[in-house]
Design a binder for this molecule. Sequence first.
Ligand code: PNS
Length: 170
Amino acid sequence: MACAIYPGSFDPVTKGHIDIIRRAAKMFDVLTVAVLNNSEKTPLFSVDERVNMLREVCKEIPNVKVDAFSGLTADYSKQQGTDVIIRGLRAITDFEYELQMAQTNRKILPSVDTVFLTTSLEYAYLSSSIVREVAAYGGDIHEFVPSYVAQKVYAKLETKKHGQSGRTYQ
Ligand code: PNS
């Protein structure tokens, strides 16, 4: 079976991510979307919340699994029994960082390859941080994320505004 992983932060998943997931899922028997549990970042959503949102928005793509991981992506890919890492490339500004990551991953695990899918033009400007920022200033994010995710973002920001939670906004 041809398998691949699509690692990322997905804080939150955007329509740009979903576009990459749909296209990568057509190329592999199983695509695992893997949410990094990164203790160095303070995300808007907890890992579980991000995993649940991804499961909801990917539920109609049968060969997509959603998982969480900690540590190195190369180690996780080995653990998943695949040598293929999927990443989206939006613009030339992504290239340097993505090249560095792909080359680092090959240093760690020489058998691993990164397959880049160019983001569809309609989502080329889009990122999770743009979504968080627009929503934080009261803007409409329905063009950027599915409505299910938009509701979760607004609800989370509302909770945050009322100071009901700590640093990780569980
Ligand atoms: O969605 P993001 O934040 O651009 O995803 C970045 C991610 C999670 C793919 C990257 O930070 C990563 O692979 N982190 C795990 C640590 C690791 O393997 N580092 C070595 C490669 S730089």
